[in-house]
Design a protein around this ligand. Structure first.
Ligand code: NAD
Ligand code: MG
Length: 410
């Protein structure tokens, strides 16, 4: 059994420290230093930004995946932490002996192996990288159970659902932190999980105008400020599709009990409807520091400097049915989640390639859905795949999607 640090002070490694979630996590650490200590920071290639963050919070270890930039990192650091590099370094920093928790905030699927390594080393996981749960949710959650570690959701919707489940006693929370397995979901208490979606920048755009959408327009999110990949996913609503599958694995609930409602104000972060017809929701301003902090301090709540909701200034909260036919990502995700096996990994990988191609102006906005659907149609899913089968399907889907990009680009 793991020993916790002094009550409440979590020692955290951040993977993806230079990204949008990484930045928010650094702010949380500065805001509640008595509860969160950063012991490791890792990033892909932005040596300068990694060094600036490290100089500020002074973790004992840092990791830069891009080995060609290590000298830049060394020069920019004003103290001498232990330096890891390469993909191996990422695995090593995810398993630091003195860490309690690893925050996985790497965009895409590169966080999967370090997440599994952290679980095996007995670290709690705070997961922002929804792609790894879409790709390998069955394996991640099984490994977490077997190693008695907690998987705390950072994605705002899932953090909200987690809070609603706890409050509605849909979760049995451990009494003593660190001495029990991950909280278990009391499936029969819950009727529906309702994910909210802002609807993205094209919520009201007529379908006939989708062909002319530019990357610049798609990168302007109405309510959240995030990295480019998730911002495009929010515009296509693949983000919500990925989140449906993420919820399925995190909370062990069937896909047909996961629903989506459009809520343009992004104040209600998600809801849970219980068996008795009562619905609980979690509300706050849209700032990722809220869910990150709760993942770190859970099961405690501690004061911070974030502004609470001012209800006198919230003029309205609206809810609409999504335009499923115009934004087919959610139907594709439901199909992938219900089929299971390697299909979610294929959907996710094809989407990553299609998003990159759209940002490179190789394909048009609606081609993202077409490419993903085409690659999914070509795939023969493998049920209950092991990690190798998942990685193989991921690579296969990337190649197929590249082929689709080329043929559309001719
Ligand atoms: P971002 O693009 O701003 O940052 C990505 C981070 O990942 C960077 O620090 C980068 O160095 C690191 N990274 C990328 N490839 C890597 C690799 N191969 N090895 C190691 N590090 C690598 O992305 P973001 O918006 O912070 O999103 C990160 C994850 O969190 C995504 O999975 C996203 O879906 C999820 N998420 C983000 C938000 C948000 O508000 N930004 C909200 C919910 C969930
Ligand atoms: Mg989200």
């Amino acid at each position: 059994m793991r020993m916790e640090n002094s009550k409440g002070r979590k020692r955290v490694v951040i993977l993806g420290a230079t990204g949008s979630i990484g930045e928010s996590a650094l702010k949380v650490a500065c805001d509640i230093p008595e509860r969160m200590e950063i012991v490791g920071l890792a990033a892909k290639s932005n040596a300068q930004k990694l060094a600036e963050a490290a100089n500020e919070v002074r973790p004992e270890s840092v990791c830069l995946v891009d080995e060609t930039r290590i000298d830049v990192l060394r020069r920019a650091l004003d103290y001498q932490p232990r330096i890891f590099s390469g993909e191996v370094g990422l695995l090593e920093i995810a398993c630091l002996t003195n860490a309690d928790m690893v925050l996985v905030a790497i965009v895409g699927t590169a966080g999967l192996r370090p997440a599994l390594a952290a679980i095996e080393a007995g670290k709690d996981l705070a997961v922002a990288s929804k792609e790894i749960l879409v790709m390998a949710g069955e394996i991640v959650m099984r490994e977490a159970r077997e190693n008695s570690v907690h998987v705390l959701p950072v994605d705002s919707e899932h953090n909200a659902i987690f809070q609603c489940l706890e409050s509605g006693r849909g979760l049995s929370a451990p009494k003593d932190r660190g001495t029990e397995a991950a909280p278990t979901f009391q499936s029969s208490d819950v009727r529906r999980i309702i994910l909210t979606a802002s609807g993205g920048p094209f919520r009201e755009t007529p379908r006939k105008d989708f062909d002319s959408i530019t990357p610049e327009q798609a990168l302007k999110h109405p309510t959240w400020n995030m990295g480019p990949k998730i911002t495009i996913d929010s515009a296509t609503l693949f983000n919500k599709g990925l989140e449906m599958i993420e919820a399925h694995w995190l909370f062990g609930v069937e896909m047909d009990r996961v629903e989506v409602v459009i809520h343009p104000q992004s104040i209600v972060h998600s809801m849970v409807e219980f068996a008795d017809g009562s619905t609980l929701a979690q509300l706050s301003y849209s700032n990722m520091r809220f869910p990150i902090q709760y993942a770190v301090t859970w099961p405690d709540r501690v004061p911070n400097t974030l502004p609470p909701l001012d209800f006198s200034k919230l003029s309205k909260l609206e809810f609409f049915t999504p335009r499923y036919d115009d934004f087919p990502a959610m139907n594709l995700a439901r199909r992938a989640g219900e089929t299971g096996g390697t299909l979610p990994a294929v959907m996710n990988a094809a989407n990553e390639i299609a998003v990159a191609a759209f940002l490179n102006r190789q394909v048009r906005f609606p081609d993202i859905w077409r490419i993903v659907e085409e690659v999914m149609n070509r795939h023969a899913p493998v049920a209950h795949p092991d990690l190798d089968a998942i990685l193989q399907a991921d690579q296969w889907a990337r190649n197929e999607a590249q082929g689709c990009v080329k043929s559309l680009n001719r």
